[in-house]
Design a protein around this ligand. Structure first.
Ligand SMILES: Nc1ncnc2c1ncn2[C@@H]1O[C@H](COP(=O)(O)OP(=O)(O)OP(=O)(O)O)[C@@H](O)[C@H]1O
Ligand SMILES: [Mg+2]
Length: 250
């Protein structure tokens, strides 16, 4: 069950979302509520509508119908206020290669924050994101993908936003970096942050998520409690949901 506030709102709500791109119905009535401190993993085949849903939550796309709310704020009605409650980690974290990890964090934090953070606080965010001290002052062009991802997480941590969105966060990360990312997400959820991530990584999703949703053709086909299924079972459920709907042979 998703935990809601006194007004009955969850920190993250999608209600009857529909979005069409020409002949493609990317979202066909998506309903999803994620409670405080929940980590929700959205699985689904390529083209299922995962990124479209995140882009609507971010205010980058307008839905044809339905409502998206972040911390009870309607994203369409007040996108700036909704976005203040959001941290977003894209698959490819874009940083300035000639600046260090610390300088990138200071720069991106400064863009959105109402108050600046001291270097010591910024370094704390980098540490919490799993970036070792020796890397903080190195230029980002010497970083691996996992290290850049950690700077993205640090930027998100520094925002202290109550809701975090991630699009395929473990794509291209080595198993140790993905493991550490999961640990960071678990810590955040334990502190009450609401997390929604789109992913193809069934194994990691099962490890970190408190709920898993399988999105097919723009609609939530099934929700799974990760604590109640093994890895092989989750894979079978996923394949059955996808093949059923897309009419593929199993
Ligand atoms: N800007 C756009 N213009 C036209 N079609 C789009 C646009 N954005 C998404 N689509 C289409 O909408 C559908 C859903 O795309 P979306 O990117 O949301 O899927 P996804 O679940 O994130 O897939 P993936 O797992 O490949 O990232 C796809 O058919 C895609 O081609
Ligand atoms: Mg996508």
């Amino acid at each position: 069950m998703a935990a809601s506030d006194a007004g009955g709102h969850c920190p993250l709500e999608l209600i009857g979302l529909r979005k069409r791109f020409g002949p493609v119905q990317a979202l066909a009535g998506l309903d999803l509520r994620v409670g405080a401190g929940e980590c929700y993993a959205l699985l689904g085949p390529n083209g299922a509508g995962k990124t479209t849903a995140l882009n609507i939550l971010l205010g980058f796309l307008q839905p044809d119908a339905g409502t998206a709310r972040i911390a009870a704020v309607d994203v369409q009605a007040d996108p700036d206020r909704a976005r203040r409650n959001l941290a977003y980690i894209p698959e490819q974290v874009q940083l300035y290669p000639r600046l260090s990890g610390l300088e990138n964090l200071a720069y991106f934090h400064g863009l959105g924050a109402s108050e600046a953070m001291a270097d010591a606080q910024l370094r704390d965010c980098l540490r919490q994101a799993g970036l070792t001290d020796t890397a903080h002052d190195r230029r980002v062009h010497t970083y691996s993908k996992g290290m850049r991802q950690k700077v993205g997480i640090a930027i998100a941590l520094a925002r202290r936003a109550p809701v975090m969105l991630l699009d395929e966060p473990t794509s291209g990360l080595d198993p140790e970096a993905a493991f550490e990312l999961n640990n960071s997400l678990r810590d955040l959820a334990a502190r009450g942050v609401t997390i929604l991530m789109a992913t193809h990584d069934l194994f990691r999703a099962r490890e970190v998520a408190s709920r898993i949703g399988i999105l097919v053709a723009g609609r939530l086909q099934q929700e799974v409690d990760p604590a109640s299924v093994g890895g092989a079972e989750l894979e079978s459920l996923y394949l059955a949901a996808v093949r059923d709907l897309l009419g593929r042979a199993s």
